[in-house]
Unconditional design. Structure first.
Lengths: 303, 256
């Protein structure tokens, strides 16, 4: 099994296949479908310092090969996570990574601090890229200066593995990635959703209560892949790739573009067992291509 | 998650199909309860990317069959309705919470359905009858053609109908049917278009009748992961797929 192992900062993943925040709940939601211990890791639902109710319904619209969402970080807050959810999920034998979000830099830092002592949470993913909240979220991820400030503030208080999740809604994603790296991020993950919208032509109304929302699914894959490739060449820290992965081939493509690990997101809704199939597919690929370890794939795009 | 074999596909009218399906492996269906639903995977295509939630219309345990009443609303449901006998449908099931069955079999129950919203009422009616209740059905549609499976409903209780054009039963909306004046009900179950359910909920509230509604909020996953199908309740935003789709109207923010 060791041939599938990858390393992100101080964090060892048993394989490069993880599930994306906001698409996998706290893992428990998928326990009926699979053995969660087989996953490389689980990025749990976006967590904030205070509880959040999220946006009004409707929060979802199906689009060509994808979907828009406008959930808006609905969660019960970090204290509830620590006291109620963590005890229920800490026995999973996989890396559980908490996605941390906030409206202010102080929120991010305070939320991260509350997670340090949780033995089975080896890393956090800073969400500076949520397009569905009025304050904070993506605002921090769309300029290098603010991305640097929030990374720096959290790095100061959080000693474990720090991953920064980047927004694709920027002119040059490599600039943001470099800013996060310079302030001590151990890895970057990309991409979060693309800002999009959908309209009902008959009623002339938007399909989402918030008018705009985040686009995900196979439709974003080519753009996500391009961004992973660009960022891989711009930074020296590991890149975690995501964006429309729906099978093992997509995952291998992201790794060839430079991803050390991948996250599977929206496709979990269509096939809740997809991540397990991706792990099996990668194993077969290694055998067919006579590769000893999955790390031999990283960034091996031949141009 | 399981593949189901389509054993029959009957077109009931221009918009609705009745599909009878069984696990393709031959395994026995697990326990399922009225009000629960399935998430059907549509053949992959760009425009039918997500699964389609469909409520369980009936379960025939002897035949190991589940019945689904599917209305052709968009491309996804059209593809499901086009499935021929012998083809496969992948489903995540059973999902959601069911209607509640009162303890006292003297409880007077009426099951109010509108259009394809009558679907879960057949399964519920049978379970109520088998549990010792004498349920009534009040089914509404735009015209006679919209009233589905009346013969099936009649097996489990008295059926009252309304149509907006007066082609069958009383003319008008379900909430105006005279049986609601004549009989005193203790428990209303309802499923149908949102305006109809809201009118039924208001009627139930005003007359101090317990009422459960089955919501059809848009959803992506169906099992509590995406947080898209939330309904605003007195306990905050909750997932319709896991906390519902059946809610007591007291939990909702529809009335006060």
């Amino acid at each position: 099994m060791d041939r599938l192992k990858v390393t992100i900062g101080n964090l060892e993943l048993k394989n490069p296949v993880t599930t994306a925040s906001g698409t996998f709940g706290y893992g428990r939601e998928y326990a009926d479908f699979m053995d969660l211990d087989r996953l490389g890791g689980i990025f749990v639902k976006g967590t904030t310092l205070e509880p959040r109710e999220g946006n009004d319904y409707p929060r979802m619209a199906e689009t060509a090969s994808g979907m828009l969402n406008a959930v808006g970080l609905q969660n019960k807050g970090v204290d509830y996570f620590v006291t109620h959810i963590y005890p229920e999920i800490k026995h999973y034998d996989t890396a559980i990574i908490v996605n941390v979000s906030g409206s202010t830099i102080e929120d991010y830092a305070a939320c991260a601090e509350k997670l340090i002592d949780l033995e089975k949470i080896p890393a956090i993913e800073l969400n500076i890229s949520c397009p569905n909240v009025k304050e904070g979220g993506m605002a921090f991820g769309t300029s290098a200066a603010s991305a640097a400030r929030v990374t720096q503030a959290v790095r100061k208080v959080y000693p474990k593995t720090l991953i920064v999740k980047l927004s694709p809604n920027v002119t040059d994603i490599t600039e943001i990635a470099r800013a996060a790296e310079a302030e001590g991020a151990d890895a970057v993950s990309l991409v979060n959703t693309f800002l999009g919208m959908a309209i009902d032509a008959e009623s002339r109304k938007p399909l989402l209560s918030t008018v705009t929302g985040g686009l995900s699914g196979p439709c974003i894959k080519p753009i996500a892949l391009r961004m992973v490739w660009q960022v891989y060449h711009a930074v020296n820290i590991p890149v975690i790739g995501m964006g429309g992965i729906s099978n093992w081939k997509d995952a291998v493509e992201f790794m060839l573009a430079g991803a050390t690990a991948v996250q599977i997101g929206t496709y979990n809704f269509i096939d809740p067992t997809v991540s397990i199939q991706v792990i099996e597919g990668i194993k077969n690929y290694l055998n067919r291509h006579n590769l000893h370890t999955v790390s031999e794939l990283i960034g091996k795009l031949e141009i | 998650m399981l593949d189901f074999l389509v054993r029959s596909n009957e077109q009931l009218n221009s918009r609705n199909h009745l599909l009878k399906v069984s696990p393709s492996t031959g395994e026995k269906l697990p326990p399922m309860y009225p009000g629960q639903f399935v998430q059907i995977r549509v053949e992959d295509s760009p425009s039918t990317f997500l699964r389609r939630p469909i409520s369980i219309h009936f379960v025939d345990e002897k035949a190991n069959e589940m019945w689904l009443l599917v209305q052709k609303i968009g491309e996804g449901t059209q593809k499901i309705c086009a499935k021929k006998e012998g083809s496969l449908l992948n489903m995540i099931f059973p999902l959601g919470k069911s209607f509640s069955i009162p303890d006292d079999t003297e409880t007077k129950t009426v099951l109010i359905g509108g259009g394809v919203g009558t679907a879960p009422m057949l399964f519920l009616g049978r379970v109520l009858k088998e549990s010792g209740f004498s349920p009534d059905f009040l089914l509404g549609g735009r015209s006679e053609n919209d009233l589905l499976q009346i013969n099936e409903f009649e097996k489990y209780g008295t059926v009252y109908c309304t149509t907006e054009d007066g082609t069958k039963g009383e003319k008008g909306l379900v909430t105006h049917h005279s049986v609601l004046q004549k009989k005193k009900y203790d428990f209303i179950y309802t499923c149908g278009p949102q305006p109809m359910m809201m009118a039924v909920a208001r009627y139930a509230h005003e007359n101090n009748i317990t009422c459960e509604v089955s919501l059809e909020n848009l959803m992506a996953c169906g099992f509590g992961a995406c947080l898209c199908c939330t309904e605003k309740t007195k306990n905050g935003n909750v997932c319709t797929c896991t906390e519902g789709p059946v809610f007591n109207i007291k939990e909702l923010t529809w009335i006060d």
